[in-house]
Design a protein around this ligand. Structure first.
Ligand code: C2E
Ligand code: CA
Ligand code: CA
Length: 492
C-alpha cells in the first residue's frame, strides 16, 4: 500500500516538473525564435498539442509497465519464486486440454507435518528460508517438464505428464527423504505428507484433480509422514472421521459430554470405597458413542486435555456438594489417555487444573493404561513420580495386556494395579488365569500396591477373587457405571 502511494507520488512530481519545464522553456523559445505574432499563435497551438501527445504517450507507457509487473507478481509466489496458484490452475487446465488420448498426468501435493512447530522452533525468518530452500530442492527433484507451485503457506503442488515405466512410489519416497534431510540441515526433526491424484482416473479437470489431491492429503495428514494415493472409499471414511471430530469438538464446547461413576468395592466388606469416572457422549443423531471410539479420535486431534478438564469439572460440580467425599468415596479415579500422559505440558496443565478444584483434589487419582506407560518408560518414571509428589496416586489400568507387565514394575513405583477384565472373565474355568492372578496378588502384596480386579460379572468370579485374597473389585455384577443421582441412591 505505502509502496503504491510512493510510486504515485513520484509520478505526480515527475509530471509537475515536466509540465513546468515545458511551459517555461517552450514559451521562452517561441518568444525568442518567432518574431511574428501570427506565427507565434499558430506555434502555441501546436506546442499545446505536442504537450498532450507526449504526456499521453508517457502515461500509456507507465500503465503498460505497471500491468506487466502486476501480471508477473500474480504469476509468481513472491517467497519462493515458484508459480502462483492462479498460474498453476491455468497451466494445469491448459495442459489437460492439450493431452493426447493415451497420455497420463500426475498431480502431487506436499504438505509439511505440523508446520507451526517449525515456525515456533526456528522463527519466521529461518522458516521462510527453509521454505525457499525446499522450493528449490523440490524443483530439482521433480520429473523433467514438471510444473511446480506453492499453493499455501506450507503446501506445494506439482504436475507432470507420466509414462508407464515411471516408479511413483520410489520417487515420492525420495522426495520425503530429501525433505527430512533438508529439515535436518536446519536443525529440525520434521516430516511431510505427499498425496497423489492421477489424470484421468481421479478427475478430468484441474478442479476435480485438485479436489482429489486435497482429499488424499487429508487422509495422509491423519497418519503423518505418509504417501497417499487418491481413493474414494478412504476419502469418505476420512471425511466421516473429520465430521465426527467436529461433532466431538462441538460436544466438548456445548455440554454434549457427561460423566458416569462406576463404584469400586472393598472385597472384605463389599462396601464402596471409591469410584472411577467414565466419560459419556450422547451424539444428537448417532446416539451413544463409546469412549473406545471417540477417545482415540480425541487423541489424534489434541482434544484429550479438554476432555480431562471437562471430566474433572463435572466431578467437582457433582460430587463436592455431597457429603460422600472422604466418607464412602475415598478415591476418585480419572482416566488419562496415552497421548495426554506422554505430553509433559498437558500433564502439568492437568495437575494445575486438578489442584484448583480444592474440594475434590485430595481424592483424585489417575488411571493410565499399561501400554501408555510402556511407550516411553524413562519418561513414564519421571511423570509418575512428579504426579505422586503432587499428591496424585497412580493406577495402572488394563494390567496384563502389555508385553512386559512384570518387568515394568521394577522401574515404576505405582500405587495401584487393575487386572484387566480378560483375566477375570476366565477365572472360573482357566487354571492359568487363576495362577497369573495369584502371582499378581502375591506380588502387589509384597510391594504394598493396591490391587483391583476389573470387570467382575458373576457371583462366582467375585467369590473366587475374595478367596484368593484380592483387595478390591469393580464390575457389572457389583455396580454398573451410573449417573451421580443413581450413585447417591446406591450408596445409601
Ligand atoms: P477402562 O478404563 O478400562 O474402563 C472400564 C470399562 O469397562 C468401561 O467402559 C466400563 O463401562 C467397562 N466395564 C466396567 N465393568 C464391566 C464389566 O463387568 N464387564 C464389562 N464387559 N465391561 C465393564 P467404557 O466406559 O466404555 O470405557 C472404555 C474405555 O474408554 C475405558 O476403559 C477408558 O480407557 C476409556 N475412557 C472412558 N472414560 C474416559 C475418560 O474420561 N478419559 C479417557 N481418557 N478415557 C476414558
Ligand atoms: Ca480405567
Ligand atoms: Ca481397564
Amino acid at each position: 500500500m505505502t509502496r503504491n502511494v510512493t510510486s504515485a507520488a513520484k509520478v505526480a512530481v515527475l509530471y509537475a516538473l515536466f509540465a513546468t519545464l515545458w511551459i517555461l522553456f517552450s514559451d521562452l523559445a517561441v518568444e525568442t525564435l518567432l518574431p511574428s505574432p501570427q506565427v507565434r499563435a499558430i506555434a502555441q497551438t501546436y506546442k499545446g498539442l505536442a504537450f498532450v501527445v507526449i504526456t499521453a504517450g508517457l502515461l500509456l507507457a507507465m500503465v503498460l509497465k505497471g500491468n506487466n509487473a502486476l501480471e508477473k507478481a500474480n504469476d509468481m509466489d513472491s517467497l519462493t519464486g515458484l508459480h502462483s496458484m492462479t498460474m498453476f490452475v491455468r497451466t494445469l487446465n491448459l495442459t489437460i486440454r492439450q493431452l493426447k488420448p493415451n497420455e497420463q498426468l500426475i498431480l502431487g501435493y506436499l504438505d509439511i507435518d505440523d508446520f507451526k512447530r517449525i515456525n515456533d522452533a526456528i522463527g519466521f525468518e529461518k522458516a521462510d528460508a527453509f521454505l525457499r530452500d525446499l522450493a528449490q530442492a523440490l524443483n530439482d527433484a521433480l520429473l523433467p517438464g514438471s510444473f511446480a507451485s506453492r499453493l499455501h503457506a506450507d503446501q506445494f503442488a506439482s504436475f507432470a505428464k507420466i509414462t508407464n515405466e515411471y516408479d511413483m512410489d520410489e520417487h515420492m519416497q525420495d522426495i520425503q527423504r530429501m525433505y527430512t534431510h533438508l529439515a535436518k540441515d536446519y536443525g529440525i526433526e520434521s516430516t511431510c505428507c505427499i498425496s497423489i491424484a492421477l489424470y484421468p482416473q481421479d478427475g478430468s479437470t484441474a478442479k476435480e484433480l485438485m479436489v482429489s489431491a486435497t482429499e488424499a492429503l487429508n487422509v495422509a495428514k491423519e497418519k503423518k509422514n505418509a504417501i497417499q494415493y487418491h481413493d474414494k472409499a478412504l476419502t469418505e471414511k476420512a471425511m466421516q472421521r473429520r465430521q465426527m471430530m467436529l461433532d466431538l469438538r462441538n460436544a466438548i464446547d456445548n455440554g454434549g459430554l457427561s460423566v458416569v461413576y462406576q463404584p469400586k468395592y472393598d472385597l472384605d466388606t463389599l462396601n464402596v470405597n471409591g469410584v472411577e469416572v467414565l466419560v459419556r457422549w450422547n451424539h444428537p443423531t448417532k446416539g451413544y458413542i463409546a469412549p473406545d471410539v471417540f477417545i482415540p479420535l480425541a487423541e489424534n486431534h489434541g482434544l484429550t486435555g479438554a476432555i480431562s478438564k471437562l471430566v474433572i469439572n463435572k466431578v467437582a460440580n457433582e460430587l463436592s456438594p455431597t457429603n460422600l467425599l472422604g466418607n464412602q468415596i475415598k478415591a476418585i479415579a480419572v482416566n488419562v489417555s496415552a497421548a495426554e500422559f506422554n505430553n509433559a505440558e498437558e500433564m502439568q496443565e492437568l495437575v494445575r487444573f486438578i489442584k484448583e478444584q480444592k474440594a475434590i483434589a485430595p481424592y483424585i487419582n489417575i488411571e493410565i493404561t499399561e501400554t501408555a506407560t510402556l511407550d516411553n518408560l524413562n519418561n513414564s518414571v519421571e511423570v509418575i513420580s512428579s504426579l505422586q509428589q503432587s499428591g496424585i496416586a497412580i493406577s495402572i489400568d488394563d494390567f496384563g495386556t502389555g508385553y512386559t507387565s512384570l518387568a515394568m514394575l521394577k522401574d515404576l513405583t505405582v500405587d495401584e494395579i487393575k487386572i484387566d477384565r480378560s483375566y477375570i472373565s476366565e477365572v472360573e474355568n482357566d487354571d492359568r488365569s487363576r495362577t497369573i492372578i495369584s502371582a499378581i496378588i502375591a506380588m502387589t502384596n509384597s510391594f504394598g500396591i493396591n490391587l483391583v480386579a476389573e470387570g467382575v460379572e458373576t457371583e462366582s468370579q467375585l467369590k473366587i477373587l475374595q478367596k484368593m485374597g484380592c483387595q478390591q473389585a469393580q464390575g457389572y455384577y457389583l455396580g454398573r457405571p451410573m449417573p451421580v443421582q443413581q450413585l447417591l441412591q446406591h450408596l445409601i
